[in-house]
Design a protein around this ligand. Structure first.
Ligand code: NOJ
Length: 554
């Protein structure tokens, strides 16, 4: 593929700043901490950092509740620190990608403070306000994504406001052109500072339906998820095209939007030449347990063929038009070594197997901090140990559904967003070298062996596996842009695919099961084994969680 953009050839690394590196000893990470790790990130081979929000925020949802879109939260540093990060990262060949949280602001944002004062101030129409039902109840029975009603009462206005997420995250009214302009201005402010792109948060919720109606309850609380009622509402693409014209067009950046509720079949409307974004995080492969609503206590079993179908559908949907952001982890998801493999497997083999898939699918791979070390989930023994706002909501919901406290906690163990938010593991020292103070979340217990320092010195580590894969990938046309072809689509153990460009082919073969199975007859003659997560080949079979990458020249 000619005329590839820089971001199509690169690997993106996601930094969750609160958990990355603390230089002040206050137990939370900061921008100076990221600056101190640029050499590490360069050695990994990444070309961009997606930075989750560092803007001014009361931190009810760790920065996804923004009170100033052009300010840096003091807990992270200053605007000078941010400018230094953008500049220094560039010197390391790394662009900084900011997170735009535009479905909602914080309730502490001056816009909201003004909006909620009266029904007739200048910002009265900047959020979504509605009268109560005649009996005083909220306008609809929608449940917010973190649990509880999606509406909160405001005394001053004698009205309810809508919040898709927490009550401290009121939804902005995108129908109001002044709101849209203010948001575009903020994004342009960051473009002027030289950022390399944007990840756009929760974008599927910005357009609300014309009429606000009650939905069929989906749980014992009598409510229906707001997601089912508002996600991906018709007309949303008009807003997004305007967003593109007013902000993104004409800049050498990339955009990747978080789009829960958009499936592979719709990708072509959203990305590519006619779409609004360069890439879209769609979640069909990440919520296999939740075919309907993401209610943790209503998890369903899933099969490997479900995962493969979701991945293949997105690969096909972006084959000719658009580009795919490949990811298996982020700050909202459990760790991939726990999520995608049966219990009882070897975590190091699993981490390498996921990396093999991540680095050989077609698209731009996104690595979440700690994924390159093989970091694992946590399982704390009380809900009080959890910080994540959605873990508390889901725990309550499970209790309401009749589960015991122990059962409710086990759902939290499996799905809590805190699984991904424990401090980054840098060394085997106290607090994994993350802070000299008390970390805001406990460090995951496996840090003595799973950390950057130890793994740096171990040629067989997950970290060095990532480094080698990324380096190899950068020079490999078949992997960078070759066609994708799935093999053995019906297999419940093996995920295998070709990537082909000209006379070169790459073949990835991964055994997702814990059983040793016969090696399938799929390899072209002359296939050379380039990577294997077991040191030696075992003739004729694929061992538990074995991942192998082959190259073929025809
Ligand atoms: C998606 C973000 O990834 C998540 O962390 C956040 O809580 C919600 N959007 C609300 O902004």
């Amino acid at each position: 593929m000619e005329n590839r953009k820089w971001w199509q050839n690169t690997v993106v690394y996601q930094v969750y700043p609160k958990s990355f590196a603390d230089t002040t000893g206050n137990g939370t990470g900061d921008i100076q901490g990221i600056l101190g790790k640029l050499d590490y990130l360069e050695s990994l081979g990444v070309g961009a950092i997606w930075l989750t929000p560092v803007y001014s925020s009361p931190m009810v949802d760790n920065g996804y509740d923004i009170s100033d879109y052009c300010g840096i939260d003091p807990s992270y540093g200053t605007m000078e620190d941010m400018e230094e990060l953008i500049r220094a990262a560039k010197e390391h060949g790394i662009r900084i990608v900011m997170d735009l949280v535009y479905n909602h602001s914080s309730n502490q944002h001056p816009w909201f403070q003004e909006s909620c004062r009266s029904r007739d101030n200048e910002k009265s129409d900047w959020y979504i306000w509605r009268d109560a039902k005649p009996d005083g109840r909220p306008p609809t029975n929608w449940r917010g994504i973190f649990g509880g009603s999606a509406w909160t009462w405001c005394e001053a206005r004698q009205q309810y406001y809508l919040h898709t997420f927490a009550e401290q995250q009121p939804d902005l009214n995108w129908e109001n052109p002044e709101v849209r302009q203010a948001l575009y201005d903020a994004a342009n402010f960051w473009l002027d500072r030289g950022v390399g792109g944007f990840r756009i948060d929760a974008i599927t919720y910005i357009k609300k339906p014309g009429e606000f109606l009650d939905g069929e309850p989906d749980a014992a609380d009598g409510m229906v998820s707001v997601h089912a009622m508002t996600a991906n509402t018709k007309g949303i693409l008009e807003f997004l095209h305007e967003f593109r014209r007013e902000v993104f067009d004409g800049h050498d950046i990339f955009t990747v939007a978080e789009a829960n509720g958009v499936g592979p079949a719709e990708l072509s409307d959203w990305v590519g030449e006619k779409g609004a974004f360069d890439m879209l995080f769609e979640f069909s492969h990440m919520c296999l347990q939740f075919p309907e609503v993401e209610t943790w206590c209503k998890e369903c079993p899933w099969k490997l063929t479900d995962l493969k179908r979701a991945l293949s559908d997105s690969q096909k949907a972006t084959a000719k038009n658009g580009w795919y952001p490949i990811f298996f982890e982020n700050h909202d998801q459990p760790r991939s070594v726990n999520q995608f493999f049966p219990h009882g497997g070897d975590k190091k083999l699993a981490a390498k197997a996921i990396a093999a898939v991540l680095m050989t699918l077609r698209g731009t791979p996104f690595v979440y901090e700690g994924q390159e070390l093989g970091m694992e989930n946590v399982a704390w023994d009380s809900i009080d140990c959890y910080d994540d706002i959605s873990s508390h909501g889901q725990y309550e919901l499970a209790l309401q559904e009749g589960f015991s406290e122990r059962e409710a906690l086990s759902f939290v163990h499996t799905y809590s967003r805190d699984n991904a938010r424990t401090p980054m593991q840098w060394t085997a020292e106290r607090n994994a070298g993350f802070t000299s103070g008390k970390p805001w979340l406990p460090v995951q217990e496996g840090y003595a062996s799973c950390n950057a320092a130890v793994e740096d010195g171990d040629p067989d580590s997950v970290l060095n596996w990532y480094r080698r894969l990324i380096q190899w990938r950068q020079g490999n046309e078949a992997v960078l842009c070759g066609a994708y072809e799935e093999l053995l689509a019906e297999s419940e153990e093996i995920y295998a695919f070709f990537r082909s460009s000209g006379n070169r082919k790459v073949c990835t073969v991964v055994n997702f099961s814990l059983q040793e199975i016969p090696f399938p007859d799929i390899l072209p003659k002359g296939a050379r084994r380039m990577f294997g997560n077991y040191a030696e080949e075992k003739e004729g079979c694929l061992r538990a969680q074995e991942a192998v990458i082959y190259e073929v020249q025809e």
